[in-house]
Ligand binder design. Structure first.
Ligand SMILES: NC(=O)c1ccc[n+]([C@@H]2O[C@H](COP(=O)([O-])OP(=O)(O)OC[C@H]3O[C@@H](n4cnc5c(N)ncnc54)[C@H](O)[C@@H]3O)[C@@H](O)[C@H]2O)c1
Length: 459
């Protein structure tokens, strides 16, 4: 996703289309036809089994663009105590301490003595949860250290850049019985949540196909020092594949019950030439700039096709280095209908449901909001108003804390973190070998057959 307050994702708060009145936290679920099969689950094979934690003592590692946005959210969530904050940059740590004091909370202890100072934080502090919002290569080292020291772990996306790191994350979570959550905020956006609700209620029939993307002109970010030490730019220089798959893939995988009744079987992937960043650097930074002389390894367009063991197909795109409007495609299709987002500048989702929509025609997805608006959105939209990514970042943070405080399995657990994130490494392998078919590891070791769908969550 884009940065929290930015509007280039097209999902500002105004885009939360309001149909029907919002209700407060803890009031009756409004606007959703809840069937018994769609109820929220309370246990899950493979997930950590832990009792409620009334007061969640939190440490945050990495407080740049996203970490600072989560910090802000956690400051206003009941039952969270931000105990420690860690970053390479002392000023960023100090800024968080000031924010806490201004909010009338104690300043968290600061850690800023280099790349592995998070280890000291995990050892010294009594933490229930450690949240990693660092560059990708640090997510797993931070989470593993947290879990070994007795904390649960959460991370920004993608959770892990390699197959090995995915396994390490899974094995550590299992060994220490800890929650290990990848925070995929797109799963908490209003259209995605409504589509999940509709899928669970059978509106689209049997699902067969999905399409997702991270299509976002990031040239200005990647070449304009938007990330500390240009870490993301260096990933694009070094690697070639779909490096950032989870925003487009996550909501579709949830609809398809991946790792909960189905699982990814194999993928094929190919990348185009890399031209966009080189041209942009020359034009905007001048021919003498280091990025104008750099070879960017990652193809401007990466396209992949995934197949599940139950026979569903997914088309997935990464497209970040060329001029273009934002899109995640967000298409889900079944035997009874189809929905797709981002078809025009409004980004509104469209839908076609057999027997309800006019033949061969799209209609606005929100025509169905009275019946299928997700109860979590109804409950939380006012409280989330103004938070990053149309409020979704606040809802995901709130829901994580809600699960910990109520002893519930988290909405996404370590298997989803691994299944969705490993796509980046598998696409690299396929691209490097003439689009060879690459098998997915089964991180659940067979448990995907008995693990239950998420159901319709609420707070
Ligand atoms: N969910 C979304 O919508 C979304 C949007 C943007 C970025 N992200 C993800 O958030 C994460 C962070 O991205 P960002 O845009 O905030 O980048 P950023 O560069 O602004 O922030 C990363 C921070 O981590 C710090 N850091 C680096 N190594 C560290 C270490 N070893 N220990 C402690 N701190 C360390 C850096 O100093 C920096 O402040 C990435 O995983 C990225 O993919 C998610």
């Amino acid at each position: 996703m884009d940065h929290p307050k930015s509007d280039s994702s097209g999902l500002s708060r105004r885009d939360f289309i309001r149909l029907g009145s919002a209700v407060g936290i803890g009031t009756a679920l409004a606007g959703a036809a809840l069937s018994s099969c769609a109820k929220e689950i309370t246990t899950q094979p493979g997930a950590a089994k832990v009792g409620p934690i009334d007061n969640v003592r939190l440490g945050i590692v990495g407080v740049g663009n996203m970490g600072s946005a989560h910090f802000q959210n956690f400051l206003r969530i009941e039952g969270v105590e931000i105990v420690a904050v860690c970053d390479l940059v002392e000023d960023k740590v100090k800024r968080m301490q000031e924010w806490a004091t201004k909010a009338g909370k104690p300043a968290p202890k600061g850690y800023y003595q280099g790349e592995t100072d998070f280890k000291r934080m995990c050892a010294e502090e009594d933490l229930d949860l450690v949240f990693a919002a660092t560059p990708w290569n640090w997510h797993v080292p931070v989470m593993v250290e947290a879990m070994k020291n007795g904390s649960h772990a959460a991370t920004e996306v993608p959770a892990a850049p390699t197959i090995e790191a995915c396994w390490e994350m899974v094995e550590t979570a299992e060994k220490y019985n800890k929650h290990c959550v990848m925070m995929e905020n797109v799963c908490y956006m209003e259209p995605e949540m409504m589509i999940y609700n509709m899928v669970q209620q059978g509106v689209f029939g049997e699902l067969l196909h999905g399409e997702g993307a991270y299509s976002h002109d990031m040239r200005n970010n990647l070449l304009g020092s938007a990330y500390e030490g240009d870490w993301w730019t260096h990933e694009v220089i070094a690697r070639n594949g779909n490096l950032y798959p989870t925003h487009g893939l996550g909501p579709i995988a949830q609809c398809m019950n991946i790792s909960r009744g189905d699982r990814f079987d194999y993928l094929v992937s190919m990348s185009s030439n890399a031209r966009g960043l080189h041209e942009y650097a020359n034009e905007h930074l001048g021919p003498d700039h280091e990025f104008s002389k750099t070879k960017f390894n990652c193809g401007d367009i990466n396209i992949s096709m995934l197949r599940t063991v139950q026979g569903k197909t997914i088309y997935l795109v990464q497209d970040t280095n060329l001029p273009r409007p934002y899109s995640r495609i967000n298409l889900v299709q079944g035997t009874k209908g189809i929905t797709q987002g981002f078809r025009d500048a409004t980004h509104a989702n469209l839908v076609h449901v057999e027997g309800l929509s006019q033949s061969h025609s799209w209609e606005p997805l929100m025509n169905y909001a009275n019946t299928y608006k997700h109860p979590l959105i109804s409950q939380m939209e006012d409280l989330a108003d103004g938070a990053g990514h149309g409020g979704a970042d606040f809802i995901e943070d709130y829901r994580l804390i809600y699960c910990l405080r109520n002893g519930l399995p988290t909405d996404m657990d370590v298997y989803e973190a691994a299944d969705w994130s490993v796509v980046s490494n598998l696409t690299e392998m396929s691209v490097a070998n003439r689009s060879q078919t690459i098998d997915f590891p089964d991180f659940t070791r067979g448990q995907w057959k008995t693990r239950k769908p998420l159901g319709i969550i609420h707070v």
